[in-house]
Design a protein around this ligand. Structure first.
Ligand SMILES: [Zn+2]
Length: 255
């Protein structure tokens, strides 16, 4: 049930019987030279299509922008920054709260939103609510095997994982000719970047958040090279994430 598709009496009837809603948020940002800027919004939206087929739970419109200041130097990236992202999401959640919603299932497409969602979780717990973060790209590390069949894997930013998900949505959205290696830079000779916001020293990854332009020229960061992406793998991620969320909501309803 999409909030934008129902009348106010239909919404009122839902709020009388239900206190749970799905609140999606993404981002508009660089994902390497080969992926669309809307990757973090397009993927949650496709997962929602699958969710909608299996549950009558209210879905509110996706917030397409998020907190992505560190990527903003790439053309086309638009960040609301932490304060505005917090304020916008607070207003959306509070609007639902005023209608009786007490359980928020936030389907999130972007890691930069997590600290804001943590803050909102505490703020709304004080108002008697529960906020659950469904970070799809992290969930699938446990829900599906890696592209090479491995049980233990993880994906980066704009790597094989997200590329596969976009291929499953629409293969034409991937610029295959633009898939290249994305060597990471160094903070110094002894401190090479090992991820988007970590340097490795003596085998340990230490968080050092820098503007992403200072970590990679291309904009994608592994470990999962996008050349390994397949639409089949991506579709498995989208379907299994949706199924998982539907099952989770059944349990959350009973709390
Ligand atoms: Zn992403």
């Amino acid at each position: 049930m999409r909030l934008e598709n129902v009348t106010w009496p239909q919404a009122e009837a839902y709020f009388k019987e239900n206190d749970i809603a799905i609140v999606p948020i993404g981002s508009i940002e660089c994902h390497g030279k080969h992926l669309p800027l809307g990757t973090d919004t397009l993927i949650p939206n496709r997962i929602l299509d699958f969710i909608e087929e299996k549950t009558d739970t209210l879905i509110v419109p996706t917030m397409p922008y998020g907190n992505t200041d560190y990527l903003a130097s790439f053309p086309g990236t638009i960040s609301l920054g932490p304060e505005i992202t917090y304020q916008v999401m607070y207003q959306i959640l509070d609007g639902l709260y005023q209608n009786g919603i007490r359980k928020f299932v936030v389907l999130n497409g972007h890691g930069g939103n997590n600290s804001i969602l943590d803050r909102l979780s505490v703020d709304f717990e004080k108002k008697g609510c529960i906020l659950v973060q469904m970070n799809w790209w992290i969930m699938v590390w446990d829900l599906v095997k890696g592209y090479d069949g491995s049980e233990k894997w993880n994906g980066g930013h704009g790597g094989a994982e997200e590329t596969a998900a976009i291929m499953a949505i629409n293969k034409d959205l991937v610029d295959y000719d633009a898939i290249q290696d994305s060597p990471l830079k160094e903070l110094s000779k002894d401190l090479p970047f090992s991820g988007m916001a970590t340097v490795r020293f003596k085998g340990v990854d230490i968080p050092v958040r820098r503007l992403t332009k200072n970590v990679t020229d291309n904009g994608w960061v592994g470990p999962d090279h996008p050349k390994y992406a397949t639409a089949e793998w991506g579709n498995e991620m989208l379907v299994k994430t949706a199924d998982y969320i539907v099952e989770f909501i059944k349990v959350l309803k009973d709390i």
